[in-house]
Design a binder for this molecule. Structure first.
Ligand code: 5GP
Ligand code: ZN
Length: 113
């Protein structure tokens, strides 16, 4: 699959990896929007959150659980963090491979722009 996140998942493209198991890989965002900014993705290609079905609920839970564990490991859990999944055009999705953002290390504003 000619997809940058699939290539990272297959170790064909470089990334600063934070975690990996058979189903999931987490790595730092190349264009960080906060002092800590990483992405948690399934290794299998799903174009967006809208592209997965109910049978993927466990996988979605594992994305969130991985985010929670990594936030603790990286020492940002107490100060706080934000998890985001952008979906399709209005959601601001730019890479068409499902990914969960974790942003931390500065006070994030709300509502988002
Ligand atoms: P989206 O806008 O789709 O929600 O988020 C895509 C994210 O992927 C962006 O924050 C962008 O900086 C990041 N990104 C795009 N290409 C690469 C890449 O090749 N490597 C890494 N580590 N991050 C990437
Ligand atoms: Zn992909």
């Amino acid at each position: 699959m000619d997809c940058i996140f699939c290539k990272i998942a297959r170790h064909e493209a470089q990334a600063q990896l934070l975690f990996e198991n058979e189903r999931i890989i987490a790595f730092r965002d190349i264009f960080a929007q906060a002092p800590t900014h990483f992405l948690v993705i399934p290794k299998t290609h799903h174009a967006s959150l809208d592209a997965v079905g109910d049978e993927h609920d466990a996988l979605l839970g594992e994305l969130l659980g991985t985010a929670r564990r990594l936030a603790r490991e990286l020492g940002v859990a107490a100060s706080g963090y934000r998890t985001v999944i952008n979906c399709h055009q209005d959601g601001g999705q730019s890479v068409d491979h499902l990914h969960l953002h974790v942003l931390a290390g500065r006070r994030l504003s709300w509502p988002p722009g």
